[in-house]
Design a protein around this ligand. Structure first.
Ligand code: SF4
Length: 426
């Protein structure tokens, strides 16, 4: 039984099923997600006899950090290895036939894969960007992950695990605030670059201290935000994503407020409608990136299935709280979707949608054949939206020096089995 990713009810049920009091499930739930205890032997709230039993019958599998890349801007980019799950390993004979089928499905679902997550500190705040699938089938033309195709869906445990690892690693670190630490890091460029070259996945705390790369912010001073904007389309892995979100948003588990968790979708309309019916759900963000269907069909072929009219209608119906808004992400590609006319069309698309905001993200040049927009084009686009009354923010990608586009690390790894040459920072 893999414990990570299980809900409180699932743990209670499983414990009762093996003849233990169900409340032991609550204790394990709290230990895993609130106390972040990932070794059964360390769960001292449980009697020693039960811990011994669980050691034989259960596992807690966190994503393995295969590489860490330290950006000059303070963010840490993780390449996580996700291995085979041991789900079903301890099935009783009576369960074996059903388990056999589950194991076959499980084997397909739990193929080894690599995904990325990014931890981004700022003053009194940390944002963790996580992946929900390994690779992606959606085929957005400006996205490196699309080139991987869909490798597999992540389990709830693998989704939650990325957050837990990032939190655990970074809360262990010392320092008063991220701003100060960012300055430390830029002053230690050479050491940082050595790390970025991927020479060592297992950087010790001591090593990082020497390199000036201790980046953490004390837990009680830090607001944590989680964004589902890494590899994958979250709404195409709906059940696992929502199982993970229930743990993230449960006060008795990780306990983030819904306003601090954002799910970003390429525009899967049935998924948006399903999400709208959830009692507890993250905020919604739409990856828009085009100002009309013609343009969006080319940049995001998913638009042919769910065109703008349908997508925006689903957004209009999406229930938002009194202070909640839907975010529209718009990657500005130089000479493609960054004209004044595009800005005016985006403003028209936003009208009548209720509480929305637009995040402009100037393209981060990389391996794909798109150009960075000029500063003038970005400023003009921003100004037009503001003048039309659309709340707008221009954001530059964090971790630009350590490959900002999701999918780049995993793709690099797939293309080149030599770990030391995965990353070419310059
Ligand atoms: Fe998939 Fe998101 Fe990349 Fe589109 S942008 S291909 S939805 S990972």
């Amino acid at each position: 039984m893999e414990l990570l990713g299980k809900s409180r009810e699932e743990l209670r049920e499983w414990l009762a099923g093996i003849g233990e009091p169900a409340y032991r499930g609550d204790q394990i739930y709290r230990a895993l997600y609130q106390e972040r205890t990932f070794e059964i032997a360390q769960m001292t709230v449980l009697p020693a006899e039960l811990r011994e039993r669980l050691e034989l019958a259960a596992t807690i599998t966190l994503p393995v950090v295969r590489q860490r890349y330290f950006s000059k801007d303070g963010s840490v980019r993780y390449l996580f290895g996700l291995g085979e799950s041991s789900e079903g390993k301890f099935a009783t004979e009576a369960q074996s036939s059903q388990r056999q089928t589950e194991k076959q499905i499980g084997r397909r679902m739990s193929r080894p894969a690599s995904v990325e997550a990014v931890w981004m500190p700022s003053e009194k705040r940390q944002t963790i960007c996580i992946s929900t699938q390994a690779g992606c089938a959606v085929d957005c033309q400006f996205c490196m992950t699309a080139q991987l195709g869909l490798i597999r869906n992540l389990t709830a445990g693998e989704i939650v695990g990325q957050i837990l690892v990032a939190l655990q690693e970074n809360e262990e670190k010392e320092g008063d605030n991220a701003e100060t630490q960012g300055t430390q890091r830029s002053g230690e460029k050479n050491e940082g670059e050595k790390r970025n070259a991927g020479e060592d996945a297992g950087v010790t705390k001591e090593e990082k201290k020497r390199a000036g790369l201790e980046t953490g912010v004390p837990r009680d001073k830090t607001q944590t935000n989680v964004v589902l904007m890494g590899q994958g389309e979250p709404l195409l892995n709906y059940e696992s994503v929502m199982a993970a979100m229930r743990i993230v948003l449960d006060k008795k588990a990780i306990g983030l407020a819904p306003k601090h968790v954002t799910l970003s979708t390429s525009g899967i309309v049935p998924g948006i409608e399903k999400l709208a019916k959830e009692a507890v759900r993250p905020k919604l963000a739409i990856s828009l990136n085009a100002s009309n269907d013609e343009q969006r069909d080319l940049l995001m072929p998913i638009n042919k299935k769910y065109p703008l009219k349908e997508l925006l209608a689903a957004c209009k119906r999406f229930p938002t709280g009194s202070r909640e808004y839907i975010t529209f992400e718009y990657v500005l590609l130089g000479g493609v979707n960054d004209t004044a006319e595009d800005a005016r069309r985006v403003a028209r698309l936003m009208s009548g949608l209720g509480r929305v905001k637009v995040n402009l993200i100037p393209w981060n040049p990389g391996a794909l054949p798109y150009k960075e927009p000029t500063e003038d084009a970005v400023a003009k686009f921003h100004r037009i939206l503001l003048e039309k009354g659309v709340p707008v923010f221009t954001r530059y990608s964090r971790g630009r020096d350590v490959m900002a586009a999701c999918g780049q690390l995993a793709l690099g790894e797939m293309k080149d089995s030599s770990k030391s040459s995965v990353i070419n920072i310059q």
